[in-house]
Design a protein around this ligand. Structure first.
Ligand SMILES: Nc1ncnc2c1ncn2[C@@H]1O[C@H](COP(=O)(O)OP(=O)(O)O)[C@@H](O)[C@H]1O
Ligand SMILES: [Mg+2]
Length: 254
């Protein structure tokens, strides 16, 4: 058996209790009880429309849940604005790109770093802040994009742009990083590089990752949560999930 980091509610960094969100007649998440340990890499998998992105949208304040509770570091964050939640240390990268194409690679990361320390509203001031530029440069180093610092983001390859997206989230100095399909549209080689990147940055972080590539998921995650029609179908280590008959049924049917 592989080492099992089980999510103890008493020590978990993030918890949801009966998290539910409805869009009109559709219940996209139904009473989701979820907990993740500090330092864990947790994959969230499930068929299209299962509610994975909606779950991230609730955690990061983009969407307000219909009912239930979300706590982070023991404090209630349910219904807080995205800015407040970001300030508390939750970051996400988007499935659809969030990059400023006409800004340089460094600028993209610098603006995000600045948002953490001074709020998104003060974007154009403090351009000379040394600490922010140093932070941004450290993030580019971690991304392997340092040599592209002065390049316009629009000129980066697709894979580099997706990694920059992770950097933008990382620059806000999160404790919890939510990655929504970070390898979507990547070649096998780019996917491999991005997984190495996620492993590198995982040191002082808790990571939630939505990912379709099962090989990637199985190699990266400590534990896996399977969502299906807005409910948790299964949870466990990669080997437990691989052998779970309910999971196999769902994946074989689609
Ligand atoms: N803002 C929204 N308004 C209405 N329906 C939504 C909204 N966001 C998501 N949905 C619906 O909720 C369900 C879950 O979507 P989503 O979370 O994007 O799934 P996944 O990321 O697992 O593919 C889908 O049926 C989707 O159409
Ligand atoms: Mg999605």
């Amino acid at each position: 058996m592989s080492a099992d980091i089980s999510a103890d509610p008493a020590t978990s960094i993030l918890r949801t209790e009966d998290l539910t969100i409805r869009f009109g007649g559709l219940t996209a998440l139904r009473q989701v009880n979820f907990a993740v340990e500090r330092g864990e890499i947790r994959a969230i998998i499930g068929p299209n429309g299962a509610g994975k992105s909606t779950f991230f949208n609730c955690l990061t304040g983009i969407l307000r849940p219909s009912s239930g509770r979300i706590s982070f570091n023991g404090g209630d964050i349910t219904g807080l604005s995205p800015d407040r939640i970001s300030q508390k240390g939750v970051a996400r990268s988007y499935q659809i790109t969030n990059i400023l194409p006409n800004a340089t690679t460094l600028e993209n990361v610098r603006i995000a770093a600045q948002s953490r320390r001074h709020g998104w509203s003060l974007l154009t001031r403090y351009q000379g802040y040394r600490d922010i530029i140093e932070k941004a440069e450290a993030v580019l180093e971690a991304l392997g994009l340092h040599s592209k610092a002065g390049e316009l983001a629009a000129n980066l390859s697709h894979g580099e742009q997706r990694n920059l997206e992770i950097g933008i989230a990382l620059a806000t100095e999160p404790q919890l990083l939510c990655l929504d399909e970070p390898t979507a549209g990547m070649s096998a080689a780019e996917t491999h590089d991005t997984m190495e990147l996620v492993r590198r940055i995982a040191n002082n972080l808790t990571i939630l990752i939505v990912e379709h590539d099962m090989q990637v998921v199985m190699g990266l995650a400590h534990r896996i949560t399977v969502l299906h029609y807005g409910e948790i179908l299964a949870e466990g280590t990669p080997s437990e999930i691989q052998q779970n008959p309910r999971v196999l049924e769902v994946y074989l049917k689609t």
